[in-house]
Design a protein around this ligand. Structure first.
Ligand code: GLU
Length: 414
């Protein structure tokens, strides 16, 4: 990758704070994380050997509420990446106006190489290691790349061993343990709502709109399902092994069924195998990067042939690529808006845990939709009020302003 993640985030932050003419001390205070915890995790493997793993929890800012953000398990996790992602969470929660700050955690590990027992032990060790700095009113983790409801269940169980029954310590739990209806699908559902609204706004008919999705994990597959249902044509999708293409539109429910049975999307009927480079450059209305960061970069941005990019992943576009897309007049709906459905549903899960009173899925989805659509129109209004303001910079400006207000009113600058 051409630039590390924290630098990429700084570029986005600096652009927006410059537009806002943010006072220098305030800008410095808002840019960097409040607290960074690194932990060493000794994991006894099934064969009896010991594996030492690095884990992190970074708390960026809590002026608007407890730190909030996911936990990712991936071999490429490092402190720089988690630092950047923790900051994105602060501005994501502020943009969609939920009363949280931002944080992020991760373990540098490939969970596919671990047995279920090893994964459980690792999760429990991590909870013990970070438990001094988390809490229902302090910092609430959630799923992210390669973590899921089962891992959140172990997380909640481990924390509850020492603190008593505490469902609100983590979100994205199974429904039987205090998870929220709608949370599992929420990020992908949110992506489809944002896409529907921006299509309406820009006059692109949703019926038959062509969609390319890079990454078919939790977020990508729910987005694909919702968009397929809405009448869009999902023409290409990929997983970590490569992509498949059918210009007529892929039958998404059958593809997901096929993936469940075969563990892969490859060989699915009527589709052509393509590599990831070809997938990203396939002509379409909407390109949805839904996997890892830095996938749209200076080497491929010029070849993109989509009308818009909707960032379902966190940080998929590098700053140089962002600039190239601006020059090519390809608007980008930024991650902190496009994928905020997940953390919005997490907020409702946390509220339900505090109330010990659980809502129907429809209630969660309706509230979530309103939050997202309101935020989108605020971003659109600001972006179009000034020349050359991208949706990303407008989104950051709105979010930074909210956090800045909270910081100032709390008296943290004195
Ligand atoms: N990991 C998700 C994100 O990046 C969700 C975080 C949460 O629900 O706290 O937004």
């Amino acid at each position: 990758m051409e630039i590390n993640n924290f630098n990429a985030y700084c570029d986005q932050f600096d652009r927006a704070s410059h537009e806002l003419e943010l006072e220098e001390n305030l800008a410095k205070l808002l840019k960097y994380p409040d607290r960074e915890l690194s932990v060493e995790l000794p994991l006894i493997r099934d064969d009896g050997s010991l594996m030492m793993l690095h884990g992190y929890r970074i708390q960026h800012n809590n002026a608007r509420g407890p730190f909030k953000g996911g936990l990712r398990f991936h071999p490429r996790v490092d402190i720089d990446e988690i630092r950047a992602l923790s900051a994105l969470m602060t501005f994501k929660t502020a943009l969609v106006d939920i009363p949280f700050g931002g944080g992020k955690g991760g373990i540098q590990v490939d969970p596919k190489e671990l047995s279920s027992r090893e994964l459980e032990q690792l999760t429990r060790k991590f909870v013990r290691a970070i438990s001094p700095i988390i809490g229902v009113q302090t910092d609430i983790p959630a799923p992210d790349v390669n973590t899921n409801a089962q891992i959140m269940a172990w997380f909640m169980d481990e924390y509850s061993q020492t603190h008593g029954y505490t469902p609100g310590i983590v979100t994205g739990k199974p429904i039987s343990l205090g998870g929220s209806r709608g949370r599992e699908a929420a990020t992908g559902y949110g992506v489809s709502i944002i896409l529907r609204e921006i299509a309406k706004y820009r006059g692109i008919p949703l019926e038959d709109a062509t969609i390319v999705i890079q990454g078919l994990g939790n977020v990508g597959s729910w987005a694909a399902q919702n968009l397929h249902q809405a009448g869009c044509r999902v023409i290409a999708v990929s997983d970590h092994e490569g992509g498949i293409l059918d210009p007529e539109g892929i039958d998404i429910p059958s593809l997901l069924e096929y993936k469940r049975e075969n563990g892969s999307i490859h060989g699915f009927a009527k589709t052509k195998t393509i590599d990831q480079g070809t997938l990203l450059c396939t002509p379409c209305d909407f390109l949805i990067p839904a996997a890892l960061g830095g996938i749209i970069h200076k080497m491929n941005a010029n070849s993109l042939q989509c009308k818009m990019v909707v960032e379902a992943a966190n940080g998929p576009t590098t700053p140089t690529a962002d600039e190239i897309l601006r020059n090519k007049n390809i608007p980008v709906i930024p991650d902190i808006l496009a994928n905020a459905g997940g953390v919005i549903a997490s907020y409702y899960e946390w509220v339900q845990n505090l109330q010990r009173h659980y809502w129907e899925e429809e209630e969660v989805n309706n509230k979530l939709e309103k939050k997202l659509v309101d935020a989108l129109y605020e971003v659109i209004a600001l972006a179009h009020s000034r020349e050359e303001l991208s949706y990303r910079t407008a989104a950051f400006m709105l979010a930074i302003n909210r956090v800045a207000d909270a910081v100032a009113i709390r008296g943290r600058l004195t």
